[in-house]
Design a protein around this ligand. Structure first.
Ligand code: G3P
Ligand code: CA
Length: 268
């Protein structure tokens, strides 16, 4: 499969630190990513939004309301304006038991700042969010990856996985650089099923799929695995769910608690 060709280690289960170790620290901040690394997450998960002046930043929502002290849409902010916002205090208020003084006043990081902070030895699992809102997002993402030599067809390529709910966005990435490993996220409203036709289509451009762990069963996991695709369910925070998914044969998962997942893996 495309995955093995690109040197993804298929034996090691991918422990993906979702928005960093976001169960412990404010999501998509440097301290959250650092904790993810300390807790031995294999990948730093980064959701991308784009500012009015075309800078890619790490943020989950299209609006800054939930995770900063500002209001309004990212696309209406310049990077300089985004940098004025406090991306940590909301967490202290929402989770007083996990609050830290050092989270106050944290800045929203750009993608480049994250890569600069964690370097080439880290692995990045990058999501193009709302690509229809941000024309040119894929091109800018590729520019950044190329600038830091994170795109070559060698073991480095597995350092970066690109994920999106948008097939169009993934195909744009493939068009710009056919060597990038792509993961198709799928949003299921009900219990998930997948046909051979869909699987065939996916294997043409993707190395794997991701979907809510609450919508899948063992048969689904096996079908995806038999097609030679990775399967990385999100967002798995309880140990019993982690164990069940591992038993079903998933090849990785997104978690806000990479420490818990490693605990579970140790006992396997
Ligand atoms: O990217 C995997 C998972 O994070 C998708 O959901 O909304 O948390 O980005 P979301
Ligand atoms: Ca995500």
């Amino acid at each position: 499969t495309k995955g093995s060709k690109l040197g993804m280690n298929t034996n090691k289960l991918a422990n993906v630190a979702h928005r960093g170790a976001s169960g412990h620290a404010p999501e998509h901040t440097i301290p959250s990513y650092k904790l993810g690394e300390e807790m031995k997450g294999d990948y730093i998960e980064i959701d991308l939004q784009m500012t009015k002046d075309g800078e890619l930043i790490a943020m989950h929502d299209e609006s800054v309301d939930r995770t900063t002290n500002g209001t309004g849409l990212v696309k209406d902010y310049t990077l300089e304006e985004i940098k004025q916002l406090d991306a940590g205090s909301w967490f202290n208020e929402k989770y007083p038991e996990k609050a830290k003084k050092s989270y106050e006043g944290l800045q929203v990081p750009t993608l480049e700042e994250v890569i600069q902070a964690f370097g080439k030895d880290a692995r990045y699992y990058i999501e193009t969010k709302s690509p229809e809102v941000y024309p040119g997002m894929e091109k800018e993402l590729l520019r950044v990856l190329e600038k830091y030599n994170l795109t070559g067809v060698n073991e480095r390529s597995s350092k970066v996985l690109i994920q999106s709910f948008s097939k169009e966005s993934l195909l744009k990435m493939e068009d710009l650089n056919p060597n990038l490993p792509l993961v198709q996220l799928i949003s299921y409203k009900e219990q998930a099923t997948i046909s051979d036709e869909e699987l065939n289509e996916l294997t043409e451009y993707a190395v794997g799929v991701g979907m809510s762990y609450t919508k899948i069963d063992e048969d689904y996991v096996q079908q995806v695995r038999n097609a030679g695709l990775h399967i990385h369910p999100y967002t798995v925070n309880e140990k019993e769910d982690m164990e069940r998914l591992l038993d079903w044969g998933v090849t990785g998962m997104f978690t806000n608690y990479p420490d818990r997942l490693n605990d579970v893996l140790k006992d396997k």
